[in-house]
Design a protein. Structure first.
Length: 87
């Protein structure tokens, strides 16, 4: 992931992130912070800076949704390409 990567219009979204988008939409929450998407994972300086701000990010959250595993559960779908306009 890189800065501005979501502006391209189509990204791969795992089902857990799509589910989180649906939950936030249902709660009329306008923004969703997904650390794997919002933090540039291959930039150590960016990761370090963002990790230092996690208390503020999550401390100001209206809702916190946690995926308890980084591995797909047997019945979860693999990532699928979705246009951002769906969300």
């Amino acid at each position: 992931m890189r800065p501005g990567g979501l502006a391209e219009g189509r990204i791969w979204l795992p089902k857990t992130i799509r589910d989180a988008l649906e939950v936030t939409r249902g709660l009329n929450v306008r923004y969703l912070w997904v650390d794997i998407v919002c933090v540039v994972q291959d930039d150590e300086a960016d990761r370090r800076e963002q990790i230092c701000q996690m208390d503020m990010i999550y401390g100001h959250a209206a809702v916190t949704i946690v995926a308890a595993s980084k591995y797909l559960m047997p019945k979860l779908q693999a990532p699928t390409l979705y246009p951002l306009s769906e969300f």
